[in-house]
Design a protein around this ligand. Structure first.
Ligand code: FES
Length: 107
């Protein structure tokens, strides 16, 4: 989680810190791509919302032990790295940071 300023065109406002607390997730559309932003113990992680298996919505998946389980067939991805825990597939991840109480993602 970086601390870059939020005034770049590649930076996108996700939500307030209050809206994303308690292991919550927010899904936003960035240039036509769905990105899921997860809060885990006060840190924020962003990854594609689209499962590489068959396109399941990862932001609707169960979160457990730092991983998200795709709601369609249960593939498990590390929220910090985007790596598929049981295989070679990976989900693209993006940098996040907090400025003035708001969470941003850089894409
Ligand atoms: S679409 Fe995600 S596991 Fe099948």
């Amino acid at each position: 989680m970086g601390k870059a300023p939020a005034n770049e065109s590649s930076v996108h406002d996700v939500a307030s810190v209050d809206e994303l607390e308690n292991d919550d997730v927010s899904v936003l559309d960035v240039d036509g791509e769905q990105i899921a932003v997860f809060e885990l113990d006060g840190e924020y992680f962003a990854m594609s919302n689209v499962c590489p298996h068959q396109g399941g919505p990862l932001g609707q998946g169960r979160v457990e032990n730092g991983c998200v389980y795709c709601p369609w067939h249960g593939w498990q991805f590390d929220i910090e790295t985007g790596e598929h825990v049981q295989g070679d597939d990976a989900v693209p991840t993006y940098e996040t940071f907090v400025t003035d109480g708001r969470v941003y993602v850089r894409k």
